[in-house]
Design a protein around this ligand. Structure first.
Ligand SMILES: [Zn+2]
Length: 503
């Protein structure tokens, strides 16, 4: 009997011990997870009761989507190329919620690739458009008479070709295919990075041909602003290479004309849509060009800064980093320009670790870049990551662009997952949404939220990213304050909408 009692006590004692150990373990486990949760982007935000209700609805749909893919990985869209599932995105409830979300600012967008192929096609219905089509290459030129530019075949009036076609839909579809990289044929988008960039540059060239005509550019930019506005983007920092525009009679404008046009059109747009905040311009130059051409563009940037100080944001070098020149090649002129203007350099849009293009990140940081475009390779550089964090340099992440331009396929492997988890200074943008048929910003937010971020990342992360887009913009303090105030109103309406429509 005595032994039984001792055994029972020993059993209870050890059960208590096991239980206590489990308790300690679970506590430690929960603390570690909580620590990580606090660290991530948005981790410190506290939601209101109403936001919490909306968050529950949002997370219900997000969990449903992620769980379905977790149990059936073959259904997981985001492990495939964006073009393979682009047309299914609209069915997602999370996407539908994100479409309605006020997104603040888009800070990494290239001007000539902002507009969808459908709207570009409409511009081809303008009068006096000539086309030169040969070997799947398309040149476009507006003119009163046959253009003088060389054409390997012959210039023809597009309106005449269109009127004589028996199948208008097929004619327009074919024309539209020159304005987008989107294709439902896998072999069109699975080539190596140089092949894909070649296709990208070809699309950009055709679009630039179409919008070099001054009236077409005005309509283009107004429509682009409207597409961004309809996607709940209230302010845009547009990168532009300041192409030369012309009139029907052949008159050409100088490179100062385009910034004035942007300013004028944005002003008109704001009159039509008063809650639109506006645009700023980041003057950009192709990094594959020579020092003198870059210097010329920097000098034009100086003039724009003087003439349109409210529009001018800064300067950048653009184009495929692996094939272009590194920032280091332009160090003397960039060091000089740094005294007059802010930089917003592309950096680390590469998979080639330790190469000159990879090291653009070092020079972007040392030259005082206010933000870094892409920063895709930053994750491989612990000291640079620390520098970016300490100097509060925001990384402009463009997930869909990185998929289309062959840096990553399965977005779960995108470094953004780590940047979000570490609470790095971050903004989401879309780079060239028109070129691949993405929304101005919603597609990137949706894929980042469901495909890249933690399953547990919630409305707080989305809200923080939207706040970041204003915080890291080139607006002055008053501009940021006014925009945050407006965002606050729009955000509250959005939260009520989630509960009303999706609850
Ligand atoms: Zn870019």
């Amino acid at each position: 009997m005595y032994n039984v009692i001792i055994l029972s006590v020993l059993f209870l004692f050890s059960a208590h011990n096991v239980w206590a150990k489990m308790f300690d373990y679970n506590m430690e486990r929960a603390n570690l997870l909580a620590e990580e949760s606090d660290l991530q982007v948005g981790g410190n935000l506290r939601l209101t009761d109403e936001e919490n209700r909306a968050n529950e609805i949002l997370m219900h749909y997000k969990n449903e989507e992620v769980d379905e893919s977790f149990h059936n990985p073959k259904h997981f869209n985001f492990s495939r190329h964006y073009f393979a599932y682009k047309n299914d995105i609209g069915n997602s409830k999370v996407y539908q919620i994100i479409r309605r979300m006020p997104k603040g600012a888009a800070l990494h967008v290239h001007s000539s690739l902002m507009l969808s192929a459908d709207r570009l096609l409409e511009l081809t219905y303008e009068d006096h458009l000539y086309v030169c089509s040969a070997d799947d290459n398309l040149k476009l030129h507006f003119s009163y008479s046959v253009p003088q530019r060389p054409c390997p075949f012959k210039w023809q009036l597009l309106s005449e070709l269109r009127n004589s076609t028996e199948n208008l839909q097929a004619f327009d579809d074919k024309l539209k295919s020159h304005f987008t990289m989107y294709s439902d044929d896998e072999k069109d988008y699975t080539g190596d990075i140089n092949y894909v960039w070649k296709r990208f540059n070809k699309v950009a060239e055709t679009i630039n041909d179409l919008i070099a005509y001054r009236p077409a550019r005005e309509k283009f930019f107004y429509e682009a602003l409207r597409e961004f506005y309809n996607d709940k983007v209230m302010y845009i920092e547009v990168r532009s290479g300041l192409k030369i525009l012309y009139e029907l009679n052949g008159t050409e404008y100088d490179r100062m004309y385009l910034p004035r046009l942007y300013h004028r059109v944005a002003k008109r747009f704001k009159e039509d849509y008063p809650d639109f905040i506006g645009i700023k311009l980041i003057v950009s130059k192709y990094r594959a060009t020579g020092i003198n051409q870059v210097l010329d563009t920097i000098n034009i940037a100086r003039r724009i800064k003087e003439e349109l100080p409210d529009v001018f944001a800064g300067f950048d070098l653009v184009g495929q980093e692996d094939l272009g020149k590194p920032l280091l090649d332009f160090l003397p002129i960039l060091s000089e320009a740094k005294k007059d203007m802010n930089f917003y350099f592309h950096g680390g849009e590469t998979n080639w670790f330790g190469t000159v293009s990879d090291e653009n990140l070092v020079d972007a940081i040392l030259l005082g870049s206010k933000r870094i475009g892409h920063g895709y390779a930053l994750i491989k550089h612990p000291s640079l990551m620390a520098a970016v964090r300490n100097r509060d340099i925001a990384i402009e992440v463009n997930v869909v662009s990185n998929v289309v331009l062959s840096l990553v396929c399965d977005v779960r492997n995108h470094p953004l997952a780590t940047y979000l988890a570490l609470g790095m200074p971050l903004v989401l943008s879309s780079d060239d949404p028109g070129a691949w048929g993405a929304d101005p910003l919603s597609t990137d937010y949706y894929i980042a939220f469901v495909g890249v971020a933690s399953k547990k990342a919630d409305l707080r992360m989305l809200k923080q990213l939207v706040i970041n887009s204003i915080r890291y913009s080139a607006l002055d303090n008053k501009g940021k304050f006014d925009m945050i105030r407006q965002l606050h109103r729009q955000w509250n309406a959005f939260v009520r909408d989630i509960i009303r429509i999706f609850g």
